[in-house]
Design a protein around this ligand. Structure first.
Ligand code: GDP
Ligand code: MG
Length: 368
């Protein structure tokens, strides 16, 4: 909705609703407390009460909070997976192996491009992988409040065992409340000791099912392509347990996974759609930028007309480069998208200005 009720506006301004209704009456509007006001009217009356337009814009922004969906509108969606683990334990190899196996099975040519995420198919079901490597992307996104990962695949090399970044990954996943599936990698190596890995992980609270625990362990080899379909099956099993659902029949909401300034195409960003459906021509806001979807493509460089829940798409049409972790909100109202973006830009400028003046104050004290 693009409105605020009389009651809400009165509350936000700290005035009595009856006073607001009186002002509106003078303007020729006979309204009750639940009557919705459009942005222009709200701006006008707010001015009357000595408020600036930006306050109203802020109200508009607050309305962007996600509205809960009716249970019957929710349909199954693919899981979104992040691979974590210690350096050199095979994260990149595993991501590549899963993707390549799928591309070769999928289509001739198999041209792929790095867009920060990709999706694979197993028995007609999809899984989305975020391939932004390392824990930094995961923590950076969490720090910005973005929850994008449903399941973590923790890669542990069978010849090396639990290492500092393994522990870190376990801690991050637990803190985020994301379930872990353990992939014991490099089982092709003669010096592989998968039992030792299970033992070490038990000490971190990850107990395998065969030992009476609840954590799924799969022994794989990214290099020799051993047990990769089994790993994907376990991901789907875990997804079923979680009963992941979203409403595809509304304006899109998602998260920026990656963004850059492309020489030929301008600002380009990968959006992981999490709710609703993003369509060509949709307006949107992402962080302090707005835009309109001019073109979308997947990681196979195929043109896409629309993208539903859990689908990663590279989007062209931003007015600036957003940040990874920014919330992306599709909307059919260009004016509103612009308004929100410019309001956010103004707020950003104010914060930066405040930071700047604080810094110079400190510098001043330093000099004294
Ligand atoms: P990352 O740092 O976790 O991304 O690890 P990489 O994927 O870059 O792998 C580190 C090294 O381990 C590379 O030399 C890989 O070829 C090797 N490697 C990865 N997976 C396997 C595997 O399943 N078996 C063996 N023998 N080597 C592997
Ligand atoms: Mg790597």
């Amino acid at each position: 909705s693009e409105s605020i009720t009389v009651g809400e506006l009165a509350k936000r301004m700290g005035v009595k609703a009856t006073d607001l209704i009186r002002v509106l009456m003078k303007m020729g509007m006979m309204v009750t407390i639940n009557h919705p006001l459009d942005v222009d009217t709200a701006t006008l009356v707010a001015n009357d009460f000595g408020y600036e337009i930006e306050n109203v814009a802020l109200d508009v922004d607050e309305i962007l909070e996600a509205v809960p969906d009716a249970p019957e509108s929710l349909v199954k969606r693919p899981p979104v997976v992040t691979i974590m683990g210690h350096v050199d334990h095979g994260k990149t190899s595993l991501l590549d192996a899963i993707r390549e196996a799928n591309v070769i099975a999928g289509e001739a040519g198999g041209i792929t491009q790095h867009i920060g995420a990709y999706d694979v198919e197993l028995n007609g079901r999809k899984i989305t992988f975020l391939d932004t490597p390392g824990h930094e992307a995961f923590t950076a996104m969490r720090a910005r409040g973005a929850k994008v990962t449903d399941i973590v695949i923790l890669v542990v090399a069978a010849d090396d065992g639990v290492m500092p970044q393994t522990r870190e990954a376990v801690n991050h996943s637990k803190a985020a409340g994301v379930p872990i599936i353990v992939a014991i990698n490099k089982i092709d190596k003669p010096e592989a000791k998968p039992e030792r890995v299970k033992q070490e992980l038990m000490e971190l609270g990850l107990v395998s099912e065969e030992w009476g625990g609840e954590t799924i362990f799969v022994e794989v080899s990214a290099k020799k392509r051993i047990n990769l379909p089994e790993l994907l099956e376990m991901v789907l099993l875990q997804a079923d347990v979680m009963d992941l659902r979203a409403n595809p029949d509304k304006e899109a909401r998602g998260t920026i996974v990656e963004a850059k300034l492309d020489r030929g195409r301008g600002p380009v960003a990968t959006v992981l759609v999490q709710e609703g459906t993003l369509k060509n021509g949709d307006f949107f806001v992402a962080g302090v930028h707005y835009g309109r979807v001019r073109a979308m493509q997947n990681d196979r460089a195929e043109k896409v007309q629309s993208a539903g829940p859990s689908m990663p798409v590279e989007v062209i049409g931003f007015t600036g480069v957003p940040d990874a972790g920014d919330v992306f909100i599709g909307m059919n109202d260009e004016k509103r998208a612009k308004e929100i973006a410019s309001h956010r830009q103004q707020k950003l400028r104010e914060t930066e200005l405040a930071k700047h003046s604080k810094m110079s104050l400190e510098q001043l004290y330093d000099k004294i």
